[in-house]
Design a protein around this ligand. Sequence first.
Ligand SMILES: *Cc1c(COP(=O)(O)O)cnc(C)c1O
Length: 400
Amino acid sequence: MEATTFQSLLNPHLADLEEYTPIQPFEVLSQRLGIPAHDIVKLDANENPYGAHPAVAEALAEYAYYHIYPDPQQTELRQALAAHLENEQRLSGNAKESGESANSAAPAVPVEQILPGHGTDEILDYLCRLFLGPGDAIINTPPTFGMYSFDAKLVGAEVLEVWRDDGYHVDVNAIFDLVSSAAQKREPVLPKLLFLTSPNNPTGNWLPDKDLLRLLELPVIVVLDEAYVEFAVETSRTPWVLEHDNLVIIRTFSKSAGIAGLRLGYGIFPGWMMPLLWKFKQPYNVNVAATVAGLASLRHADEMQTIVDKIRVERDRLLRALEDVPYLSPFPSGANFVLCRVDNFKVEGSGDAAALKIALERQGILVRYYQKPGLDNCIRISVGRPEQTDRLLAELHRLA
Ligand SMILES: *Cc1c(COP(=O)(O)O)cnc(C)c1O
């Protein structure tokens, strides 16, 4: 029999899956450009330019039990996360107290409602598989992070798109209209999950409290991705999970804690969802190295915060400096990156973001570029160390 016979056995909803475009590994790129890896200014994936806390490498080197399977209940890590979130809440309560009123007595998130994963990617995948199948849908708010629609399509669900407005704000009314027309069966599919990101990637803007509150009134599960919340001026909505049975918050060690390569994220879930997740999850989903690194990062949360603060200061400097580059229009950002529209970039006659990306790459400076609806001619620049910003700015001005 021929291969096509067997191919016809494939799950039909996977047939028209879009191909994932992998990024070129750092070492391969370094070879191709002929630039040593340590000279490359990597501002294309929102990684932490300072890397992990030195205690992470020490803890990984000292740990002696890599031959033992991980704790499927992740008890130590979950307890450390609960303590960390409580501390974060206390600090944000204090910060508000010095301003207006405060509710520093807000209860902490219990250990029982926290679940770590192999990156937040795994948590997103779990949510899609728990709630969705063919005939179901997610509501996505493009332009935004690509994983939500990717994971939804993997399980055969539809992606209903509610586009953001010109300032990249979520169109709350349009989402309400969509859900009510589905309830009246004018939509062929049932929206079950609404994915929101705050600050949003790649646009950097914050979802205001009032919008989130309204959206939580909908009969759908709201998944709020807070991958960049540590960099924002506003504070995490983590405690809201205690008051809303349809809110899931996801957070990650990839950005603020600088261990993207080790894959560690976590979700904060309403209590009723937890028994399902425990039955559902892969027993050894978080590996021992990620656990050791995560615990070490949490033990040094204060110093990590100092690094985050440094990145925030640098983001604001980068943003102001980009405003002086004649062919760029940067958008304000509460994350560790800045999105810019490229207008009139005339080098090599093409005038677009792709040409700028290539011109920068030749000098060993990597940025992300977009050429898709809502992000026409845009580049996204991650916040680097001050000397990396300086190199970027010098090159941007040289190209003007
Ligand atoms: C980087 C990023 C994440 C983090 O994903 P991990 O799997 O934890 O590395 C999640 N959400 C958004 C929007 C991101 O940009």
